[in-house]
Design a protein around this ligand. Structure first.
Ligand SMILES: *Cc1c(COP(=O)(O)O)cnc(C)c1O
Length: 480
């Protein structure tokens, strides 16, 4: 079955292929429709693991798909499931899934050139620009995720301070740059300093207040002290939605400080930036429109299937100077396929790029800003509901303020760190619900990040009931 035509990889029998293709689509729709009845996650059994670790074997399409259904699909992380509340993972949507199929069929390469897919990416960029109140001079593009987007922000900031010369001579003449972020910042901020060659020693980790927001006064003092010591503060990275607890830094104050001190103001808004879609939350992000660059993910709160990160840069001139390179085969023309500058390869590290814009464009088009904003607001309401239930339950203890959609708590007991670590693992292994754990001020927390549009109040009730049940069993029988 599924002979190919000569040297081509296309089938000879398109009718048979079509039937199989429809079955594959139906299987995935069945999976999505039936998510609630499945385990959130289950560990790979030994035989499955052994099978997957053996060498790749050749099989026909029907057999290969059967292998997928049996050995791959049941053992993914489970973030499509309504009771996945571990880490900040989006749930995906059937619309996004279908759009991804269309993009794969078109097999567009979004590195550049004169083609409609590039216009779709630009259309999404203008939507992003409007959402964040950026001027028409801004530019932006899809990247893998916020880790890459943070790196691009950092590199643009470097260009602003040092010009393009360092692209040839490196940083050896410029040892004095310093950057600032809070102790609650994501690891990719330090990584951006690392990869850009500036080095993580140049990154000052400013303390946070009781709400896990950067202490702006301490930030200001650090900048002043570095200037007095002959350093060149060049970059402040604020966070909208810290990874542990979802805190929002005071963007307005930081913007004023950065303007006064002439420092590049980058925002890591990986999941939190899309809170701009929810009218009841957006005012808390005031000042976002003053940033020099913003990094965020459509694949988290935006529910677009992985991966779909985005970076927006206020000054497209600096953005292009940071990445554009002359290469003979990438030369531009006025007409033909080589027209339509600037290309994405002038704005980022990748030359060959998939059509991430299409699944995002479909998501924005089909669901619309209002509906997507309601998803954001609803997950925050669920977080408040969970918080209230925790506060009303004597066995449980809230460990951090709940600013957005992340709730950190623990089961109260002796030896709490050990018990809560084990409790989270047992919850995950039960297949009933999957939170993650983190450590806050030395305390191990059960961390529920409510991101998925499918999650309901009933799922939160199940999370609570199962946590209590497992917590009681662990402490009563002292089974550790
Ligand atoms: C998820 C996250 C990142 C990293 O984003 P990726 O898309 O995983 O690269 C960075 N910062 C914060 C605050 C995040 O939540």
């Amino acid at each position: 079955m599924f002979e190919t035509a000569g040297k081509s990889l296309d089938p000879t029998d398109w009718t048979a292929f079509r039937i199989q293709a429809h079955k594959m689509l139906d299987d995935m729709l069945d999976y999505t429709e039936g998510l609630n009845a499945r385990d959130v996650w289950q560990p790979m059994p030994d035989d499955v693991q052994a099978h997957l670790r053996s060498s790749l074997t050749e099989k026909n399409l029907v057999e290969t798909h059967a292998d997928f259904m049996q050995n791959i699909l049941p053992y993914a992380v489970g973030n499509a499931h309504p009771r996945f509340v571990g880490w900040v993972h989006g749930g995906g949507t059937p619309v996004g899934m279908m759009a991804e199929m269309l993009a794969a069929g078109l097999n567009a390469n979004l590195g550049g050139r004169n083609q409609a897919p590039v216009e779709i990416e630009r259309q999404v960029m203008r939507w992003v620009r409007d959402l964040f109140g950026f001027p028409a001079t801004a530019s932006g593009l899809f990247v893998t995720g916020t880790s890459m987007a943070n790196l691009i922000g950092c590199l643009c900031a470097k260009t602003k301070f040092l010009g393009t010369e360092t692209r040839q001579i490196g940083l050896q003449n410029f040892p004095k740059l310093t950057a600032y972020t809070s102790t609650a910042a994501h690891i990719s901020v330090a990584q951006a300093l690392d990869i850009s060659g500036i080095g993580t020693n140049a990154l000052r980790k400013i303390p946070v207040n009781a709400n896990y927001e950067i202490n702006v006064f301490a930030l200001e003092q650090a900048i002043i002290a570095d200037k007095q010591a002959g350093k060149t503060p060049f970059l402040v990275v604020a966070t909208v939605g810290t990874v542990d607890v979802g805190a929002i830094d005071d963007l307005q104050k930081i913007a004023v400080l950065c303007q006064r001190e002439k420092i590049w103001f980058h925002i890591d808004g990986a999941f939190g930036a899309l809170a701009m879609l929810a009218p009841e939350i957006a005012p808390r992000l005031a000042g976002i429109e003053l940033a020099d660059s913003i990094a965020f993910d459509f694949h988290k709160w935006g529910q677009v299937p992985y991966d779909a990160g985005f970076v927006l840069v206020r000054d497209s001139d600096i953005h292009q100077k940071t990445f554009a390179s002359p290469a003979a085969y990438l030369q531009r023309q006025e007409r033909g396929l080589s027209a339509n500058s600037p290309w994405a390869c002038d704005l980022g590290l990748d030359l060959s790029r998939g059509f991430r814009a299409l699944k995002t464009w479909f998501t924005l088009s089909v669901y619309g800003n209002e509906k997507l904003g309601q998803v954001v607001a609803h997950t925050c309401e669920l977080a408040q509901y969970l918080k209230q239930r925790i506060e009303a339950t004597p066995e449980l203890e809230l460990l951090a303020p709940v600013a957005l959609n992340i709730v950190c708590f623990r089961y109260r007991c002796e030896d709490a760190n050990r018990v809560n670590t084990e409790l989270v693992i047992q919850l995950q292994e039960s297949g009933i619900v999957a939170p993650s754990s983190t450590t806050l001020n030395g305390n191990v927390a059960i961390r529920a990040a409510i991101v998925n549009h499918r999650t309901t109040e009933n799922d939160i009730d199940i999370l609570l009931a199962t946590t209590l049940k497992f917590g009681n069993a662990l402490t009563l029988n002292n089974t550790l």
